[in-house]
Design a protein around this ligand. Structure first.
Ligand SMILES: Cc1cc2nc3c(=O)[nH]c(=O)nc-3n(C[C@H](O)[C@H](O)[C@H](O)COP(=O)(O)OP(=O)(O)OC[C@H]3O[C@@H](n4cnc5c(N)ncnc54)[C@H](O)[C@@H]3O)c2cc1C
Length: 834
């Protein structure tokens, strides 16, 4: 039994979802597609189906791995859905070879078998390569080729066997809603009642989402795929399946070509030239991202009947492909003797952060999306969505980076989406540094302190659209006092020794940190206290002026966020959160009777962290209220005036120093900064950037949601048990925690230190003991006060005892690290409670 579900679109995503949902017992499901099945005309109808599982994001590797596991045993009339031929990513420059080591680290961190090969070993696996050009490769044996049309057929067949109705040539033209809840899907051939509609419409997603007023940030871009004619080097091994058009190619993919195996050599990527390759019988498919971005407006996509080949295939533009053909011939000499037989500019979806768009609409109940998903991740996404729909949360995958509600308001602007999606197309195979800032559009969001930051020579990076100083060149003079070690050249990008000088200065005297980008909400109303008591793990029903660090949990006890709840009035709270998903989560759970309002107040306000041993001296000189240790204790909040500026002061610190977060309205922000700056002169105050902040945060052992812990972790293993008040009464996730705490922990977030000052980690590196990979790094930085590198890592509990020697994989190196007791700085909290 289950609700009435209509899945819009039967590409790989819609088909996978129909299969997974029906497997979980939901029995009233219809899949509708405007095109003829199984190749309905979307991206899945012509995708070459290369599946590379390695990804910087753990969740993407896991979604891909599930896709491989699921498709491997599936077939259509004896023809396989997946050919596990393995993959090679080749490097032809030292920079790319180094990048392959980093990618090998990701694969290892996420538990994917992968191997780095020498040129000779690479050639042994793919004899079409020019052995003189290749410097090495990354080999992943479980990668391969998905036949996406067969994947559609096989998964739809399983769904149909369980009673799912599949309606081809039904175009969805409207979605009916009543009281902001979906009620029916209107097609050109009749209406289907629906409690839940899932938009799996691929490049048409924005058009379908628009039917319920939802703005889906996605751009269809044309991508070039070409096929050679017969390669003499492959002649005689296998026979060509097709010599015809792209349409015939799609037909060949459905199984009309009866051959043993259409490919035996590994699929291949040459990221340095933006190319990928696959075999099909005696021909080679060449995909290229080396051309100008070619976005298309969703309303300009041809209809099924008007399209020449199919709606998602545009005519091939040979001029755009010419450089790719040359680069292909340089890598694969066999291509030099071949001709280009046919090609297409095929459409698929790009997003502003290269991640899928999954989950429920924030505004219309029952409307869900599963969009911007590659074939590679399709079956995994099908499962993730099915779990989310049926169980109310996804237990197999941590989807925090995929949530469709993660975007800030400006990130939904059509200009922004188009610019970012086109940029992401260009950079799809680029070597991207973890701190690499968005290039354009910038600047977008600036705090009121921005003019002063510019004057101080801030080096800005970008966070959720905010210009955020990483360090200030004005602090260069501080370098005379401290010798700051220089890290390796990778960690030294977007870094300056000034970062170290700022961290040490803040510990020595006092610094201003711009905390404006930290998202904050106002939660108010007669029901606010009860609501937050239910939503959080802390006891927030305390005196006005109390501040509580606590967590938002999912029903399974997984950490959704860590938050600071400040009680500013009997019915008013300010909640510091981590992003838009937190706002969505709270709004989604807020009582429907209007007794609670949840508002994002970030844009209209600002925040400066005044932190360091001299912070009280500075603040006290500017206010008539008593900010002594006794009058305003740690984790207390109060309103006051700093000079002429009304502020809310909260005695908290993410850097482990005495001090306050000072919140003001944006209009008075500049005045606040100037007032503090003037008063700070005699106390040696500086402005300090995010680089210093991160280093100091890690010295103090403070976790950062998203990097250190996410939905997949419970508070205890993340070292956040102190933030859970099990005895306060019931709260969301409590039952699951009771169950979890009875089980032995599988892993622990553990502090490691690294003596070598040059080897500064960036996060996601694998951790090894003598036997092999045992975990991965989450956050890392150099600790300037403790004089060592710091890396937090998830490790099995038995390895997380202080003193244990381990190694961290760093490019082609294994760096010595040792488990340390935490926090590394001021464990007695003397500074914070001063
Ligand atoms: C040239 C090219 C090469 C690619 N190579 C790879 C690769 O090697 N590996 C990889 O993993 N991915 C690859 N991709 C990406 C991949 O093909 C897509 O991301 C994936 O197929 C998308 O699947 P989907 O089910 O979301 O969308 P689609 O397959 O596009 O399915 C959406 C369906 O929704 C239907 N629909 C839309 N609107 C309506 C409506 N109003 N009413 C009814 N039905 C509707 C459409 O007819 C369509 O069938 C490639 C894409 C292209 C273009």
């Amino acid at each position: 039994m289950g609700p009435k579900v209509v899945i819009v679109g039967s590409g790989v995503v819609g088909a996978a979802l129909a299969d997974e949902l029906s497997a979980r017992g939901w029995d009233d499901i219809a899949v509708v597609d405007q095109g003829p099945l199984p190749a309905a005309g979307g991206s899945s109808s012509h995708a070459p189906g290369l599946v590379f599982q390695t990804n910087a994001a753990k969740v993407m590797t896991q979604l891909a791995r599930y896709t491989v596991e699921k498709l491997c045993p599936l077939d259509v009339a004896g023809e396989p859905c997946f050919l596990q031929v393995g993959s090679l990513e080749v490097a032809t420059t030292p920079e790319r070879l180094r990048e392959l080591h980093r990618r090998h680290g990701w694969a290892t961190s996420w538990g994917l078998p992968a191997e780095l090969l020498s040129p000779a070993e690479t050639f042994a696996r793919h004899d079409l390569l020019d052995p003189d050009v290749v410097l090495g490769s990354l080999f992943v044996p479980t990668d391969g080729l998905a036949n996406s049309v067969r994947a559609v057929q096989a998964q739809l067949r399983r769904a149909q066997d369980r009673g799912v109705r599949v309606l081809e040539r039904h175009e969805v033209v409207a979605i009916r809603t009543d009281d902001e809840r979906v009620t029916a899907v209107v097609t050109d051939r009749g209406e289907l009642p629906a409690d839940i509609v899932v938009c799996c419409a691929g490049i048409w997603g924005p058009r379908v989402a628009r039917m319920v007023g939802m703005n889906l940030p996605l751009t269809p871009l044309a991508h070039q795929l070409a096929w050679t004619d017969q390669l003499p080097a492959l002649a005689g091994t296998l026979t060509a399946a097709s010599t015809g058009s792209a349409g015939e190619l799609a037909a060949a993919s459905t199984g009309s070509a009866r051959k043993l195996a259409e490919a035996t050599r590994p699929i291949m990527r040459h990221q340095g030239a933006d190319l990928y390759f696959r075999e099909r019988f005696d021909r080679l498919g060449i995909g290229s991202y080396a051309h100008r971005p070619m976005p298309i407006d969703v309303d300009e996509i041809s209809s099924v009947d008007a399209a020449e080949v199919m709606p998602s295939v545009l005519p091939f533009t040979m001029d755009d492909f010419a450089p790719a053909w040359n680069d292909a011939a340089n890598l694969l000499p066999a291509v030099r003797d071949a001709k280009l037989d046919q090609g297409m500019n095929g459409l698929f979806s790009f997003t502003t952060d290269n991640m899928p768009l999954l989950g429920p609409s924030a505004d219309v109940k029952g409307f869900w999306v599963a969009e911007a998903v590659w074939v590679t991740h399709s079956a995994g996404v099908g499962r993730a969505m099915a779990e989310w729909l049926v169980d109310g949360h996804c237990s197999s995958f941590d989807l925090h980076e995929c949530d469709v509600n993660r975007f800030e308001a400006h990130q939904l602007a059509p200009d922004y989406v188009l610019a970012k999606d086109c940029q992401n197309y260009i950079e799809v195979y680029d070597v991207i540094h973890p701190l690499e800032p968005m290039r354009a559009p910038r600047p977008l969001r600036t705090s009121p302190f921005h003019p002063r930051q510019v004057e101080l020579g801030a080096y800005f990076l970008e966070a959720s659209g905010w210009e955020r100083p990483q360090w200030y060149s004005a602090n260069e003079t501080r370098l005379e006092r401290w010798a700051i070690p220089t890290p390796n050249d990778w960690a030294a990008r977007h870094w300056s020794p000034i970062v170290g000088a700022e961290a040490l200065s803040a510990r020595d005297s006092v610094a201003l940190f711009d905390m404006t980008p930290l998202k904050r909400l106002d939660v108010s109303g007669p029901g606010a206290t009860a609501f937050l008591q239910w939503m959080t793990t802390g006891n927030i029903d305390k005196s006005i002026g109390s501040v509580t660090y606590c967590l938002l949990l999912d029903v399974d006890g997984g950490v959704r966020s860590d938050v600071t709840v400040a009680r500013l009035g009997a019915q008013q709270y300010q909640v510091g959160v981590n992003g838009n998903c937190d706002l969505d989560w709270l709004l989604r759970h807020a009582p429907e009777d209007g007794s609670v309002t949840v508002r994002d107040i970030t844009p209209g306000t600002c925040c400066v962290g005044l932190w360091g041993p001299r912070a009280r001296d500075v603040l006290q000189s500017l206010t008539r209220d008593d900010f002594s240790a006794d009058a305003m204790r740690y984790f207390r909040a109060r309103t006051t005036f700093v000079g002429s500026v009304p502020v809310t002061a909260m005695r908290l610190s993410y850097v482990g120093e005495l001090g306050w977060e000072l919140y003001a309205t944006a209009d008075l922000g500049l005045k606040l900064w100037d007032t503090l700056w003037e008063a700070g002169r005699t106390h040696g105050m500086i402005a300090a950037g995010r680089g210093a902040f991160t280093s100091m945060r890690l010295e103090k052992g403070y976790r950062s949601f998203g990097a250190d812990m996410t939905y997949e972790h419970d508070p205890f293993e993340a070292g956040l048990g102190f933030a859970v008040k099990m005895d306060k009464g019931d709260f969301l996730g409590r039952d699951a925690l009771v169950e979890r705490s009875a089980r032995p922990g599988r892993r622990r977030l553990t502090c490691l230190t690294i003596d070598d000052p040059v080897a500064v980690m960036m996060g996601k590196e694998p951790v090894y003991d003598g036997t092999g990979r045992v975990g991965h790094v989450t956050s890392a930085a150099f600790g300037y006060t403790i004089g060592k590198g710091i890396a937090y890592a998830w490790l099995p509990p038995e390895l997380s005892t202080p003193g244990r020697d381990l190694h961290i994989g760093y490019f082609d190196d294994r760096v010595e690290a040792v488990v340390a007791a935490e926090p590394l700085f001021d464990p007695q909290m003397l500074r914070l409670r001063a």
